[in-house]
Design a protein around this ligand. Sequence first.
Ligand SMILES: [Zn+2]
Length: 348
Amino acid sequence: MKRTHFLRPAAALMALLVLSLSAPLCISGCGGGGESTPSRTDLENTLKKGIKPNELGMVMVLEYHRIEEKEGDYTRSIENFKRDLETLYEKGYRLVKFRDLMSGRIDVPEGTTPVVFSFDDSTEGQFRYLKEGGKVVIDPDCAVGMMNAFYQKHKDFGYTGLFNFLPGLFDQPKYVEKKVDYLQENGFEFGNHTTNHPALGRVTDDVVKEEIAGPVEEMKNINPKVKMDILCLPHGSEPKSRQLMFEGSYDGTSYLNKWALLVGSNPFYPVYHYKNSGKVIPRIQVMDYDPEDGSGASGSGYWLRYFDKHPELRYLSDGNPETVCAPEYMEPRVLEKRLPNGVSFMGY
Ligand SMILES: [Zn+2]
C-alpha cells in the first residue's frame, strides 16, 4: 500500500487502481508491486546528496518573440539566445512541454527545475529553412536550429517549445507544412495566437470568436494532428466575455481551450498548489536585468537572479513524476483533487 499514506480513501482506491493498471508499463523509478517503498528510499538517497526537492515551488513559462542578429524590444539576439540555453542548463533548468507542466505529472531529472519555452508570432527567426547545396536544412542560427544543436550536446536539457502562431507561420510560405510537420513530430506544441492579433478586450464577442476560430480552422488544413487547446492572448488582453477564451464557435468552427496565456510577468505555482493561477497563466519575457538602473525588472534575467537568491522558492524535482515531494509542513498547500491519477504527496 505504498504512496497512499497521504491520500483519502477514495483517492487511495483510485491510485491503487491506476497503479495496478499501469504496473506492467513501469520500468524504473515507479516501483510497482511488492511491499517495499522505492520512492521513499529514492527520496532518502536524494536527500543524502544534499538535494532538497520542492515540488510545490514556483515554475516559469518563458516568452520569446523575434530571434534576430541584434537584441532589441521584443527581439532576442542570436548570441543571447545561445547564452540563455547555457545559463538555464547550468542553473539546473530543464525544458518540458507546456501541457506536461500543466498536467501536474512533471518529469525532469532529480535536482532540476522544469521550464517552458514559448515563442510568439511565428516569425522566421524562430524557425527558418535554408537551401544548402541541393538540400533544405534548418538554419543553425534560428531558434529551432540553436535548440537542436544544444540538445545534441546536452540531451538531458530537452528539446521542445510552444509556438503561438499567427497566419503565414514563420514567413516562408513554401515550408509551412514542412515546418509544422517537423515540430509536431519532434514533440513541440502549438498555441493559438489569433488571426489578426487584436487586443481581445477591445473587440466584440463576435470578433473574439472569429479571431480564435480562425487558427483552429487553419491548422486543420495544415496538419490535423496538431492539438489546439492553448490560447495565447495578443497583448495579454482578455476579452470582456472571459468564457469566450475557452469555448466558442464561429462560422461552423468550434474551439475548446484549456488555458489562456498572458504576456507578463511572474512565475507561478504548479497546478496542484492552492495558489495556482488556474486557467490564465502568466509568462515571463526573456530579457536581461540590470540591477543598476532596474531595466528588465519583470523579465527572465530578474527572475533567474531572484531564484538564485531564494532557491527555497523554486520548484526542485525529486526525479519521480509520480510523487509531489516537498518538506512535510507544505502538505496543506496541495489540492488533492488537482493531483493527476496515481500522483501523491510525499513529505520529508
Ligand atoms: Zn504576439
